[in-house]
Design a binder for this molecule. Structure first.
Ligand SMILES: [Zn+2]
Length: 326
């Protein structure tokens, strides 16, 4: 897995074992108590409890409230091979305000740091898939490392003007909508309608930093027009616009290397499910689905032990008979 052999898979359809997937989870501590002492309402009896001082209430992606410590895991697995998952990185991440937990990174920052670390030792990685917790600002530095980063698109983004092509015969206005370049059109009701432009190819160029381009076709009765647009963050994008005091264009938020909702996007989205399976197995490994340790650091140590066992099983079962004989 993660071999640097080229020619297998493409940037849009990388092989399963060239793609890292990741997710964060909240693991329950041994006790749900949040106060060290409680008084019985009827008798006034004081009871003492053990409390996990690092744990807190957080809301999961689906809106479910959970109590515990938050962990991040990144892994890879082979296609159609049971017990092939290898956990590559684990981290305990901040789930409170920075003031209450100044030592831990937030989820997005930790993801970027860990993926960059893995890329340094495994340059064969082609893509990384995660959930909506990762935004354009996190995707940009990973894309610059030369990989495809796939996450579902965050809702609520306004169409962003991208490009205008004018000639004597025709005008085309392009906008970034739902992660991809679209042509602006006006309906008979006078409403804006955005038609996604077909992407002919995702091009990648790598020197010190990688650049990714979409080769697009603008369909036109005057004859189709070809166009190339950058889908990684450019130097100009990062400049501060004096009128808004903000970065000129948060390109990696608005334009995606692989657009969500496409066949290639859904395939990569599906790869991420394996992380949830990994966390579920971790939870089930302990009585009452509770990590048998108090505090985020101790729980991380337990998780590292779990990953060690998991990876050892993958290693043992993944060995070819010839390896075992030697
Ligand atoms: Zn035209």
């Amino acid at each position: 897995m993660l071999k640097e052999t080229r020619g297998r898979g493409s940037w849009i359809y990388p092989e399963r074992d060239q793609v890292i997937h990741g997710d964060a989870t909240v693991a329950a501590p041994p006790s749900d108590h949040t106060h060290h002492e409680t008084a019985d309402e009827e008798t006034g009896e004081i009871r003492r409890h053990r409390v996990d001082d690092d744990a807190s209430h957080t809301t999961e992606g689906g809106g479910r409230k959970v109590y515990g410590n938050k962990f991040l895991s990144l892994a890879v697995r082979a296609a159609n091979t049971p017990h092939s998952r290898v956990i590559l990185a684990l981290e305990s991440i901040r789930h409170k305000s920075r003031a209450r937990d100044p030592e831990r990174d937030d989820e997005g920052t930790a993801v970027v740091r860990l993926v960059q670390h893995i890329l340094r030792t495994a340059p064969g990685i082609r893509a990384f898939t995660y959930d909506t917790a990762l935004r354009g600002v996190h995707r940009a530095p990973l894309i610059a490392e030369g990989i495809v980063v796939f996450t579902p698109q965050h809702g609520g983004l306004e169409p962003h003007p991208l490009h205008q092509r004018r000639s004597k015969k025709c005008t085309h206005k392009l906008y970034a909508v739902e992660g991809r370049a679209c042509e602006w059109r006006l309906t008979v009701d006078g409403k804006a309608y955005y038609t996604p432009l077909p992407v002919d190819e995702l091009e990648r160029r790598k020197e010190n930093f990688a650049r990714f381009y979409h080769r697009l076709t603008i369909p036109c009765p005057e004859g189709d027009h070809g166009l190339r647009i950058r889908v990684d963050e450019t130097k100009e994008d990062r400049e501060i616009d004096p009128s808004t005091k903000k970065q000129r264009f948060n390109r990696t938020e608005h334009l995606r290397q692989i657009a969500p909702g496409t066949v290639a996007g859904n395939r990569l989205k599906g790869f991420r499910q394996d992380s949830e399976s990994s966390h579920s197995r971790f939870d089930q490994s302990y009585p009452h689905k509770r990590v048998p340790a108090y505090g985020a650091n101790a729980a991380l140590l337990i998780y590292i032990g779990y990953a060690w066992v998991n990876n050892s099983i993958s290693r043992a079962l993944g060995r070819k008979p010839a390896d075992l004989a030697s």
